[in-house]
Ligand binder design. Structure first.
Ligand SMILES: Cc1cn([C@H]2C[C@H](O)[C@@H](COP(=O)(O)OP(=O)(O)OP(=O)(O)O)O2)c(=O)[nH]c1=O
Length: 190
């Protein structure tokens, strides 16, 4: 049974390896990730994960396709994937001293073309960040391309007071849900 990981993220590949799964190929999906007007964060994450899967499935008939999308949400607001220092700083100022949600959606399309979806909803609490902490984090560059302007797998872990939910989901691939979907689709797991 061929498994295709529809993601450009080396982290998703590593996370999959953590549960002993190695995809036969990696084929990233380049989809439009612009949120629709008024689109709620959970709906958005699920839609983008499904879009990525559908796009890649068309290129690999008969294979299993795994895709995902991770979104950082402050209330109903979807934070961007930080692409500039200014954007990263704005995200950190917004997240400082409060709780936010990290939504990680996955889609698995089976050999018959049937799509299964799961959503992992998590809460992350940052300490109150002072200017020195924000400056140092921005200077680290670790926020680049990261949803919400931080990565829990790096030095931001020292600024995060607590998480409720799944560490793997916050990093980008909810492993519990991923394993469950692979099993349901008949993928051989030990
Ligand atoms: C909150 C958080 C996000 N992120 C990252 C994971 C994702 O790379 C990014 C969310 O963007 P995604 O669109 O989910 O993924 P991607 O663009 O990296 O890869 P692809 O679309 O090809 O699958 O934010 C972390 O690495 N750590 C974190 O703690």
């Amino acid at each position: 049974m061929r498994l295709i990981l529809a993601s450009a993220s080396p982290r998703r590949r590593d996370l999959l390896g953590q549960i002993g799964v190695s995809p036969d190929a990696v084929d990233p999906a380049d989809v439009d990730e612009t949120p629709l007007k008024g689109e709620l964060p959970a709906i958005y994450a699920a839609r983008v994960a499904a879009d990525k899967g559908a796009l890649v499935a068309a290129r690999h008939p008969g294979a299993l396709i795994l895709s995902g999308d991770t979104v950082v949400a402050a209330g109903r607001r979807i934070l961007p994937k930080a692409e500039s220092e200014e954007e990263a700083r704005k995200c950190l100022e917004l997240l400082s001293g409060r709780r936010h949600r990290v939504l990680s959606a996955i889609t698995l399309i089976d050999a018959e073309g049937r799509a299964r979806h799961r959503l992992s909803s998590n809460i992350v609490t940052f300490k109150r960040l002072d200017r020195v902490e924000i400056d140092a984090y921005v200077a680290s560059g670790e926020w680049q391309g990261k949803a919400g302007g931080y990565a829990i797998q790096g030095r931001a872990a020292g600024l995060i007071r607590a998480i409720q939910g799944s560490h793997s989901a916050i990093m980008g691939l909810p492993l519990y849900e991923t394993r469950a979907l692979l099993k349901a689709a008949g993928y051989p797991l030990d």
